[in-house]
Design a protein around this ligand. Sequence first.
Ligand code: LIP
Length: 264
Amino acid sequence: MDSGEIAARMRVAEALARDAGRLALDLRTDRPRLDIRRKGPQDVVTAADVAVERMLVTALRSRFPGDGILGEEEGGGARPGAPCWVVDPIDGTSNYARALPHWCVSIALVIDGRTEVGVIHEPAADALYAARRGAGATRDGLPLRIGRTDDLASAIVDVGYSARTPAGAYGALVSDLLQRGVGVLNCGSAALGLARVADGRLDGYAERHLYAWDALAGLLLVEEAGGRTRPFLDGDAMTTGNETIAATPELFATLVDVMSAHRP
Ligand code: LIP
């Protein structure tokens, strides 16, 4: 697919991400109808996640009937040899369900096993992050550059956790980073955490296990903003997920070391 076609798909993804973010905000106001259900420990889904995903899938299907679509809530999947949209209607659903502002809509486009487009809309700030491989990353149209913190004692990293991985290993990982002087947060949205690394407000993001819909768009933003990332789409990670590490060039090796040292 030529860069013009990819750029056209990115513009569609940008418009849809904004529409999806606004729909999720509207649905948030009607709590009783939010119908929050638990998928597992500290893992919830709301009626809004499903409604927003259906809106995105319907729109993408009508615009690109030949493309594959993989969504967090209702699955779907890649079509051999076709581009595949990877959609997380609300990343940070636990925050969303509690009316905490740290959540977003994430859309990625994978072509021939590689992420070519990543778009994230953050409704609370009405901010739109976008990246196209080889063409850089932006927030609201302005170019993004990774932070340059080169001193661990000034670095801040968002380290995500889910019950899909052992709590003990997570505790050891966080304790190790703290002992090295690194500031550690767990904000509850991998996609938005990665966007914060791309815009220089955080120095790194790490999580033992994420799904493609949580990670792909944010990882491309970090790469196009000048950061370093651990390859995600190896083997069958598109469906089973993978470990996620992204950081400034200065901090990346340390984060890889610490994640490897505490691998369960
Ligand atoms: C969430 C991620 C978070 C992770 C959660 C979950 P969701 O995505 O953003 O980093 O710890 O387990 O995967 O479920 O809100 O789309």
